[in-house]
Design a protein. Structure first.
Length: 254
């Protein structure tokens, strides 16, 4: 028997001391949905520090209770408060009945899917950071976020190439060179990391009815521009079992 669920997805979401009244404008929409999910933009700690004021303590996360069912944590700011911020944010979510994924005390925990059951439908979610910084990436011995690794190359914007360099391009790639003019950074996905991502999707697919993948990716503040690597990630996710592919990061509607 088929069932219909209403799902709401939010992009990078910042929470602060005045978030309660900000939520009021969308509360009717949130109450009408079966599954509500956002990407939490920043990490939080249990007590104030020199780097984290009252608006960055876990007490500020209270407005999420009863409004959000699941948060992804695989963003570029996850490691802003170091290991403590990662741990305290994950702990708060779990202690308050909010599923979370994309972060953990090591890579195994960060890559683990989150599952939420609604109306008898088991929904699985996996989340990755595909833009860096690489300092935020988890490892076997370090906390952080799940990630799809990449090499970043800088290419001239159209119309700015130097024709005199074309015949020497192969040689030029073998030595450092200084960037001059306007260049655009492009990410090239690491194939080993891409296969690791695909394997996680295939395993999670077997454990749920609906599988959602959530990527922190894209050119920030660039309207309606989708990078080639974003399409690659999306197609690989779908080919390996994802039902829904979502992205966040540009901070603009695309």
């Amino acid at each position: 028997m088929s069932k219909e669920l209403t799902l709401i997805f939010g992009g990078d979401t910042s929470i602060g001391v005045e978030s309660e009244w900000m939520f009021r404008g969308v509360d009717p929409m949130l109450r009408g949905a079966d599954l509500r999910m956002v990407q939490l933009e920043e990490p939080f700690v249990k007590a104030e520090t020199l780097a984290a004021g009252r608006d960055r303590t876990t007490a500020a996360l209270a407005p999420l209770r009863g409004r959000i069912d699941l948060v992804t944590l695989s963003g570029n700011h996850l490691y802003d408060l170091g290991e403590q911020g990662v741990r305290d944010t994950v702990d708060w979510c779990r202690e308050n009945g909010i599923a979370c994924c994309g972060a953990g005390s090591d890579l195994t925990e960060a890559e683990a899917p989150a599952f939420v059951e609604k109306e008898g439908v088991r929904v699985g979610v996996l989340a990755w950071n595909a833009v860096g910084p690489k300092l935020s990436f988890a490892s076997d011995t370090k906390g952080g976020c799940a990630y799809v690794d990449f090499i970043r190359g800088y290419v001239p914007l159209p119309g700015t190439e130097d024709p005199s360099r074309l015949e020497n391009d192969v040689w030029s790639l073998k030595k450092p060179f200084r960037l001059e003019g306007e260049y655009l950074g492009r990410n090239f996905v690491d194939p080993v990391s891409l296969e690791r991502m695909a394997a996680h999707i295939r395993r999670a697919r077997q454990k749920c009815d609906v599988l959602i993948t959530y990527f922190h990716k894209g050119y920030v503040h660039r309207v309606a521009e989708v990078a080639d690597y974003e399409r690659l990630l999306s197609h690989v996710a779908i080919d390996n079992g994802a039902d829904i592919v979502l992205g966040h990061g540009p901070h603009v509607t695309r």
